[in-house]
Design a protein around this ligand. Structure first.
Ligand SMILES: [Zn+2]
Ligand SMILES: [Zn+2]
Length: 410
């Protein structure tokens, strides 16, 4: 089930409570006499006047893939760095992050992936990162410049407070990978900026990740949802090089899915900043329409917020707009599902060359609200990864939420 029940919400809040080491003493020391001073960190409160919204026009949409493995990951096949970058260039990617398993090189990604002579591009922004591969789960740090990844690797088995402090010192963005399943993210979500809510071309396998995301959002965490193909295998150059996994290359590769960010500039720094701020949507491939989600707070016809933005609720109705920009399939009807606070809010149909849907709602004056959209419809052709379309089925794209009354200091 995509939508959260109160029972699961309570359950998740309970789990988060016990894992918030250090920051919720009232929780972990419930037997102590200072029980009377307990304050619920998830309780709604007056967040004061929130900072103004950044410009909705002063920026550029950039697309990329945030989770790709090259030959420096031991189980990868036929996927050298040069092949990944050449493919990314060919399909118009603006940025990528090659995220090799750090445990395959004992944490030394700096002298492996990043030192690869082919780790360079004139057209694609290359983020610095790796897949932090630990017994408690997988995550991707993202950075605009090289950082001391070895330090993060070395503290992988320590307490969350230690990991969080090292991550903060390194100044990297940290993202949970495939948060549900065998290698789920088994650390506190308080050390994260984002979560992989769409892993690989197999959209249907992400239902639990979406559930976790909605629960984290409902608890007050303003956590960005992002995509990642997690591609490991390239198309072999000769038939002799084919492996049993080579068929994956034609179904799941760079761009399945594609993460769009609204960046203030065409730089790696701005990509990561946009990712942290949540001005992000995810499309099933680089050619599929991009989901854009706006809000007009005073209903003057001018958009005031986009996804990722957070404003004070005024108690007045807000007009929301969902727009699909780019190549919509000719004659197609798209289904726009709106989720409010983890629950189904409404379903709308949109057609035309730039499909648009508008709806109105009044975010609660007291307490947090968030709205996000899921778009379904006919797949857009991705000829470079020809078997991807049937696997992504009718999933087109996903927005990040528009937030009201979220505490920036949560
Ligand atoms: Zn992983
Ligand atoms: Zn991976």
């Amino acid at each position: 089930m995509l939508f959260m029940s109160n029972r699961i919400k309570t359950l998740l809040l309970g789990v988060a409570c016990t894992s918030l080491l250090g920051s919720t003493l009232g929780c972990v020391s419930s037997a102590a006499p200072e029980q009377a001073s307990y304050s619920n960190p998830y309780a709604t409160k007056d967040v004061g006047t929130l900072p103004p919204i950044a410009s909705l026009t002063d920026g550029v949409w950039l697309k990329g893939d945030l989770h790709v493995h090259s030959r420096h990951s031991k189980e990868s096949t036929n996927n050298p760095v040069a092949k990944i970058i050449a493919f990314s260039t060919a399909v118009g990617m603006d940025y990528i992050c090659i995220t090799d398993h750090d445990n395959h090189v004992n944490g030394d990604v700096a002298n492996n992936t990043w030192a690869d002579p082919d780790f360079k591009s004139d057209s694609v922004l290359l983020l610095y990162g790796a897949e932090w591969t630990t017994t408690r789960g997988h995550g991707n740090p993202f950075s605009a410049k090289p950082y001391d990844h070895q330090r993060l690797y070395d503290v992988r088995d320590q307490r969350d407070t230690v990991v969080g402090a090292v991550k903060k010192e390194l100044g990297v963005h940290l993202s949970a990978n495939h948060p549900s399943g065998k290698d789920h993210f088994g650390y506190s979500y308080d050390i994260l900026e984002s979560i992989e809510v769409w892993n690989s071309v197999l959209w249907s396998k992400n239902a639990n990740a979406i559930m976790i995301w909605d629960d984290m959002l409902s608890s007050g965490r303003k956590l960005t949802g992002r995509g990642g193909s997690d591609a490991h295998h390239g198309v072999p150059d000769t038939p002799e090089q084919a492996t049993e996994n080579s068929k994956q290359a034609t179904a799941n590769y760079v761009g399945t899915p594609t993460t769009w960010v609204f960046a203030t500039a065409r730089t790696a720094e701005a990509v990561i900043e946009a990712l942290t701020n949540g001005r992000v949507s995810i499309s099933n491939n680089p050619y599929a329409p991009r989901v854009e989600f706006f809000a007009d707070l005073d209903q003057d016809g001018k958009q005031d917020m986009m996804m990722g933005d957070n404003a004070n609720s005024t108690g007045k109705p807000v007009k929301f707009r969902v727009q699909l920009t780019g190549n919509s399939v000719l004659g197609a009807s798209y289904t726009i599902n709106v989720v409010k606070n983890g629950n189904k809010f409404g379903t709308y149909q949109a057609t035309g060359t730039t499909p648009i849907v508008e709806f109105t709602d009044t975010p609660e004056m007291l307490g947090r609200s968030y709205y996000r959209v899921v778009v379904e419809g006919p797949p857009t052709d991705y000829p470079e990864v020809p078997n991807s379309m049937q696997l992504s089925e009718n999933m087109v794209g996903l927005s990040n939420p528009i937030f009201f009354n979220f505490d920036p200091n949560f």
